[in-house]
Design a protein around this ligand. Structure first.
Ligand code: C5P
Length: 222
């Protein structure tokens, strides 16, 4: 019996990771946040003063970088070379540069290799931008999650407020729109709805509603 794979793609802040985490928990699958991997490399590049415009240099850095995604009592944690960077990879400085770092072919090839390796022995829910199109083209379930930019900015605003940050809706909106533009217009594995993916517009849906819609789709295919 083939392992079961659920690919969830979509633009920034559409709720992919929130929903993917819950779906994985309910099914007993492993959740893999590929955005966290690109964010981790971006974080390390910023920290080490690596040139963000040089794909070969970024690959060289990645080859010396260990990224671990852990699921434990404290939820999902991200370790870079053993350091817990879970919060730091969400900082606006990282968000602002991650689309540039992820645009290089060299970087993507190595990330995809690592991502596929993580699926070798378990059922997974994986989220990102190119999961259904490139990373797991044979996934049994492909979901394309979307929501209006306004709604996504409001959700991010509430999240950041809760974290004690001092966000601006307008700044969040333009940052999200810019990231979408870069992710959909890049030459290598741009964000696009995969063939066979089911589109779910979450603009006016609750988290629970999105989760149950995905579970319904999974049930049909299992
Ligand atoms: O999912 P998240 O918003 O954390 O992803 C951060 C960034 O990483 C995206 O805006 C995109 O530039 C990049 N990314 C990607 N391919 C993926 C996952 C994320 O290019 N599979």
């Amino acid at each position: 019996e083939r392992l079961f794979q659920i690919a969830i793609d979509g633009p920034a802040a559409a709720g992919k990771s929130t929903v993917a985490k819950i779906v994985a928990g309910k099914l007993g699958y492993v959740y893999i946040d590929t955005g966290a991997m690109y964010r981790s490399l971006t974080y390390k590049a910023l920290k080490t003063g690596t040139d963000l415009n040089n794909g070969a240099g970024l690959l060289e850095l990645l080859n010396r970088t260990e990224i671990n995604l852990l699921t434990g009592e404290n939820g999902q944690r991200v370790l870079v070379d053993g350091d817990d960077v879970t919060e730091r990879i969400r900082y606006p400085e990282v968000s602002a540069q991650v689309s540039l770092v992820s645009s290089f072919q060299e970087v993507r090839t190595e990330m995809v290799r690592r991502q596929r390796r993580l699926t070798e022995s378990c059922n997974v829910v994986m989220d990102g931008r190119d999961i259904g199109t490139h990373v797991l083209p044979d996934a049994q379930v492909k979901i394309f999650l979307k929501a209006s930019v306004d709604e996504r900015a409001v959700r991010r605003y509430k999240e950041e407020k809760l974290k004690g940050m001092n966000p601006s809706i307008e700044a969040l909106k333009s940052a999200i729109a810019l990231r979408d533009k870069m992710d959909t217009e890049r030459a290598v594995s741009p964000l696009v709805k995969a063939e066979g993916a089911i589109e779910v517009d979450t603009t006016s849906l609750s988290i629970e509603e999105v989760v149950s819609e995905i579970l319904r789709i999974v049930k049909e295919r299992r």
